[in-house]
Structure formats: C-alpha cells, structure tokens
Design a protein around this ligand. Sequence first.
Ligand SMILES: [Fe+2]
Ligand SMILES: [Fe+2]
Length: 504
Amino acid sequence: MNLQDTAEKRKAIIEFCAKAGQIIGQEAIGMLEKEEAWESILEGISEPIVRPEKVASLIAGRETKLVNVEREAVVTKGRQKGLAKDCDPDYRIMKEYDITGQSTSEGKVKDFLTYFRDKYDFLSSLLQHRQGFSPKSPEKLKGLKKYEQVDLAGMVIERWVSKAGNITIELETPESKFLAIVSKDDLALTREAERILVDDVVGIKGKKFTDEMVIVQSIIWPDMSQRPPKLSERDLSVCLVSDTHVGSKLFMEKEFTRFLSWINGDTASEKEAERLGKIKYLVVAGDNVDGVGVYPEQYDELAIRDIYAQYGKFCELIGQVPEHIEVFIIPGQHDAVRRADPQPAIPGEFVKGLEGRGNVHFVGSPSWVEIEGLKCLIYHGGSFHDMYAATKHLSVKEPQNAMIELLRRRDISTGFGLNQPYVPEKRDFMVIREEPDFYFGGDMHHKGYSHYRGCTVANAGCWQERTNFQIREGHVPTPGIALDISLKTRRITENNFKGEVGNA
Ligand SMILES: [Fe+2]
Ligand SMILES: [Fe+2]
C-alpha cells in the first residue's frame, strides 16, 4: 500500500466516523488503516467514541471468527433504519415568545406597571371569553341588590384566612379593588381557593354581599380549553432529558454516556431499535452544568471548578448526539445566565464546543418550539418551588401536577417577590399565550408525566446522584432516566440507564 492509499484510507475512516457522529483517535485509525475490512469493523462499533481497545478486540474477533459473540448485543450505530435518520426535520423556534435578545427591563416602577398590565390584559381577556361567564367591573357592585348574582375578575393582591375561618381574597382590576369571601363550610371551594396565589388572575362567580365584597360560589381559571390531543403526521418522537449538572462530583457520567450510546442506536432489542429510529428531536431542559458559586458550600462539591471547563465537558457530551437529531437546550438556575426568569439562552462564548453544529439550538427558558406542527413549551421550572411552598396539595414526587396547575393559570410565574425571582419585562414572557401541545420541564430532579386537556406534560428526571441538600429535604430524585415521547401517539416510554440498561 503506498502513501497515497494510506492517506485516502485515513480520510475515508475519518469521514465514515464523522458521518456516524463518532469520535475516533489516531491510535484507532492506525489500527484500522491496516485492515482491508475496516468498514465492517467500524460497523460493529456502536459507541460514540471509537476506542482502540474495541477496535483491537474486533480485529482479533474477526481473525478467530468470534466476533458474533460481541456483536450480537449491538445494533450498529448510524445504521438506524427508522424514519428519523432519513427525513428532514420540521421545527420552528418561536422567537416571539423567547426573551433571548429581547430584554428591555430596567427594573423601574414603570416596568412593573407595564408588566402587570400586560399580564392582566391577557389573562382577563381569556376569562372574558369563557362560556357562561361575563365579568363586570367591580364598580357595578354598587348598583346590585344584596345577594344578587355577579361575575367578576381580578388580579390577586392577597389571600388570608379571616378570624371567622373563611378564606378571604383581595383582588384588583385597573379600575378598583374588591374582596371575595369563601365560606369555610364549603370544603370543595375552600380547597380550590387554597390553590390561589398572589398575582393570579382569576374569575369569581358569586353573590354581592356589600359594595366591595362578594361571596364566592365558584372560581374560574383562565385555563386551557377542552380539546383532543393533536398528533403529528409523521411517526417521529421527541426525547427529554434534563439536569445533567456537568461539573458536579455527583454528575452520573457513566449513565449519561450509556444514554448517548443508546441514542446512537446501541440496543440489543429489535423493538427498542425501532423506537430509537423514530427519535428526531431531543429536549434538554436546563441545569446543564452545575455552575460555580450557585450556593455557599458548592465549591467542595465540584469535580470541575471552572465554568468554561464545565461547559467544555457538556459540549463534548452533547456533541455525541447524532446530527440527524435536532437538540433544543434551555438554561436552568445553575447555568451561566441570570437566575431570574425569563432566562435568555446560554451565550455562545460558553458553548463554543458546539459551534457549527447546526442541529444544536440554545433557546431561553421559557421558550417555545413548534415541532412537526405541535407547539412545545419548554421551561426549566424555577417557579415550581413557590407552587409547592404556597399550596398544600402538591408533591415534589409528582411534578406533572404542578405543571398542570401552571397550565390552569395560563401563567408559569408565581407570585412576584416569592422565592423565584423574575424580571418585569414590558411584555410578559411568562404567560402561556397559546395552548401548548407539549409542556416539557426539569428542575425537580424527579420524573413525572401526564396529559391535560390536549397537552402532554412531561418532567425529566436528572443525571445527578442525590445531593446533600436533597437528603436534608427528604427528596429522593429519579436519576438516569430519559423519556421518549411519540409525537404521533403521545405514548411515553421511560428508558432507564441506571443499573441494567432497558426500560423501567
Ligand atoms: Fe437541577
Ligand atoms: Fe434547577
């Protein structure tokens, strides 16, 4: 073999691996270029990194005809038969709902006024369109007789329990304020009223009590309309992961690498290979790195103590996702953007390692992406914490219920001034302006999913072992699980990479 042949073979090997999304080093190339059947040897490697040890074992296997022992358990990477690999993606990043590049807030009083007004106008207009509900101005109470029926709507200023034990809610409209009283004897209504948070915009069906007070008979949420789930035409699916916390000593690199290998087609099961072949989209829902200085004792808990190095590693991992899969990555509180919602996309300077990867998209939190004609809301989930703190009926083990609560409010922010900070942008990026088909989240380190009024809500688990903080809080996370969700059937499958690989 002359030098020209060798150079061409090297080039062909590198191109072959690049096409399959594999990384290959000099040592492995050196071994392969001596082999006539280098192509079929590479076909036997499903991992995203072509290791020289693996090449050596396959070469040895070929010579002794034992290769089948090794190869039975793998479906060759890059040889997925499914539709996903052979079709063009169909997506649109809905930039109109993404704060990235659109932040104008100076945090002045006028910003707060514009923000609250925008939120009130949108949410109250949803209430006005509800059938059987026509809210009047609270001023109209003056013209009504005592106990006459009335519909009102307003933004919640405060909620408290009166001395008599009744829940009392103070609400305001741009014109005036009113009080809504929930009788403690009505247990179902009391439970519903306990869900109300400061800054919620709700409708009240009730009876006039005084010129400024009504007795509540029912509470109306802006909510989603009742509708059947919209399904995609093509038989494709989306995979959801979150909270990798790369850089933490507790980042589960082994399990995440298994996941990467799997999404590259490495599975022993025919059925799973078929499902894998349909994955065309991957959503990564925030807390991608652990960050530096996010909480006081964090420094000692970091395996990588430099934020750029953390992202370097993260990019190295995400870079192994096959290029035929479109990846949408949002930030979380641990990422290198402002902690306050709405969070803009992670700036390019941190993720240079993915520069030029046209299939990887960094977007804000919240953000919206239309995938195969279906609208997906993606939000990391900082405001969940306030929901749990303010309401009695939610459990961190069922994050899907907190997500549904936010859908009912058509607002993913919770009361201003609570734990989760957010910036009063002139346009409220936190209200849910359209009815999403999917709502993806993370943050709770606990998986959970459900369907609500045509919307599939899915919260990813995490790729970080249980932290000291979670031990103190008694929270048991569900790490090492990737969800894949069919866009055509809405079927959700858990893929467990902790312990034995396979479905949970
Ligand atoms: Fe997290
Ligand atoms: Fe988080």
